[in-house]
Design a protein around this ligand. Structure first.
Ligand code: BTN
Length: 251
């Protein structure tokens, strides 16, 4: 199997590697695996036929890009799960910086962008099996191609650096993610949050924010709270927003 080289590293972190040529979605496969045996898995698929994005969107998943879901048993309070989102976003962003020799950015809450174009997306789900809370983290990285006829601009790593390959990218991700995971286990949230803010787009800028797919608010993006919510100043009133979509990059 072509990913044999990461098997041992993953096992050291307590995760079992599962590799598939083609599946519906790594998100559904990992749930089946956990349901069967409450272990931690790292699922890689070469291609997904029913890739899922956030907000019920489709995630285009042809062969050549990276599709991964992995789960961890949540040791912290369930409310703390945003730190895992942040840790994943930073890890992907740093991976891409190193692989492409470029400065990638994060769009709140967790899209990774290069030159204003989306290159990676992350989704997380909490599932409970046999009294254990698991966080499932799913992410896709465009390596060989990216969809062009969707509502936002996209790019892929080979467009930036043709030398990039899936193996190196996955290897780097594992290295960066588990460095952050170690920090989470030691409750060092502050340094993770600071790193996240350094890579965050639109911080201290005016943004258009779409709430519940309908209302659009305009305000100044002031900060990120430890629970992952965004602090925004709208008409001199400070508000914390938990779920919304920044529209500044929409065509
Ligand atoms: C987003 O909408 O930005 C999140 C996209 C998440 C895509 C990944 S690809 C691997 C995993 N399996 C899926 O079906 N979705 C996630």
């Amino acid at each position: 199997m072509q990913y044999e080289y990461i098997k041992e590293a993953l096992e050291n972190y307590g995760l079992k590697l599962k590799y598939y040529r083609s599946i519906e979605s790594t998100m559904s496969t990992i749930k089946e695996l956990i349901k069967d045996k409450n272990d931690s898995y790292f699922v890689i698929a070469e291609k997904q036929v029913n890739g899922k994005g956030r907000r019920g969107n489709i995630w285009h998943s042809p062969k050549g890009n990276i599709y991964i879901s992995f789960n961890l048993h949540l040791q912290k309070d369930i409310e703390d799960y945003f730190i895992y989102n942040i840790a994943t976003a930073i890890s992907i962003s740093k991976t891409l910086d190193e692989a492409c020799n470029i400065q990638s950015k994060i769009k709140w809450p967790n899209d990774i962008k290069i030159n204003g174009k989306k290159i990676s997306g992350i989704m997380t789900e909490i599932v409970k099996f046999k009294d254990i809370n698991n966080i499932i983290i799913g992410f896709g990285i465009n390596v060989k191609s990216s969809p062009k006829n969707i509502e936002y601009p996209t790019t892929f790593t080979k467009e930036i650096n043709p030398e990039t390959d899936n193996k190196t990218i996955i290897d780097l991700f594992i290295k960066f993610f588990f460095m952050n995971y170690y920090k989470i286990q030691n409750s060092d949230y502050e340094s993770i949050l600071n790193e996240y803010k350094n890579k965050l787009l639109y911080l201290n800028e005016n943004i258009n924010l779409e709430i519940d797919d309908s209302v659009v608010l305009n305000g100044n993006f002031q900060d990120i709270n430890l629970d992952g919510s965004m602090r925004i100043k709208i008409n001199d009133v400070i508000q914390d927003i938990y779920s919304a979509r920044i529209l500044n990059d929409r065509n």
